[in-house]
Design a protein around this ligand. Structure first.
Ligand code: IPE
Ligand code: IPE
Ligand code: MG
Length: 255
């Protein structure tokens, strides 16, 4: 009996239309794609199978975001801390951009998606950099969704590099300390040119930032879900955006 009620409830839930207003779509959504390894483990498969399926979820999320009218989608693909993982896993992750290019990019090009990358590209293997450069180049004239990959990205490293570059400008006499403003810092970060994320999504039940966009997320709305990244689909993005639309953003002021 309980089982029947649960399955009926589940079906009802799936049938519920998600109420989304076209007037309040987040411009920039950032996603910490987490749980690939646990998803695979649950199925008794090697972790890399999780990463493989995670790549498919990236394409689904990008298409769904574009359909919703989201302008920027930033995906945390590899952190500056992920080098600590076993070599085989890192090697596999570094090969994924080539696969993404070969398998997923054409469909995204058809959807007018433009690829962008942020992170320390110099530390990447040449084949990874080449694949990302090619994705950026092949989509450079597209005018739809900006799909921004954070690859070998770390929020603290980004701030460290920004401070070093400002310090150099001051030492060289090109900049006065008084000229350092939030806008100048914004423009010197790896996300320069993108608005701050309105909504941050993290999958897999973890509730931390893991060194992601520490400056830019200052006033973003946060949404966490227990589902693992390879399971992520349009319905989850819709749920997140619907929840976003129920929030009141006050930025320290009053409603
Ligand atoms: C996210 O999934 C992908 C990357 C961090 C590269 P994980 O690989 O972190 O999967 P879990 O968290 O171990 O399940
Ligand atoms: C964050 O996930 C990095 C990416 C999603 C690329 P991790 O799985 O590396 O984060 P921690 O180690 O659980 O904080
Ligand atoms: Mg993880």
């Amino acid at each position: 009996m309980i089982k029947r009620v649960q399955s009926w409830l589940g079906r009802e839930e799936r049938q519920q239309p998600v109420d989304i207003s076209p007037d309040n779509i987040p411009r920039h959504v950032a996603i910490i794609m987490d749980g690939n390894g646990r998803w695979a483990k649950r199925l008794g498969l090697p972790r890399i199978v999780g990463h493989q399926n995670g790549m498919k979820a990236v394409k689904r999320a990008a298409i769904a975001a574009d359909e919703l009218g989201i302008e920027y989608l930033t995906m945390y693909a590899f952190s500056t801390e992920n080098w600590k993982r076993p070599k085989e896993e890192v090697d596999f992750l570094m090969r994924l951009p080539e696969e993404f290019l070969a398998i997923e990019l054409d469909e995204l090009i058809e959807k007018n998606v433009r690829v962008r990358v942020m992170g320390d590209s110099e530390a990447l293997p040449s084949y990874t950099r080449k694949a990302m450069d090619e994705a950026v180049l092949r989509t450079q004239h597209n005018t739809g969704l900006i799909l921004n990959f954070a690859l070998n990205y770390g929020g603290r490293k980004e701030i460290e590099d920004c401070m070093r570059s400002l310090g150099k400008d001051i030492a060289a006499g090109h900049l006065a300390p008084e000229q350092i403003t939030a806008e100048l810092i914004d423009s010197r970060l790896l996300s320069g040119g993108l608005p701050d994320p309105d909504l941050l999504i993290r999958t897999s039940g973890e509730m931390r930032l893991s060194n992601f966009m520490l400056w830019q997320l200052a006033y973003s709305e946060l949404w966490f879900t227990d589902i693992y990244w390879p399971e992520f689909g349009k319905e989850h993005l819709l749920q997140a955006v619907a929840e976003y639309q129920r929030r009141t953003r006050r930025y320290g002021g009053l409603k």
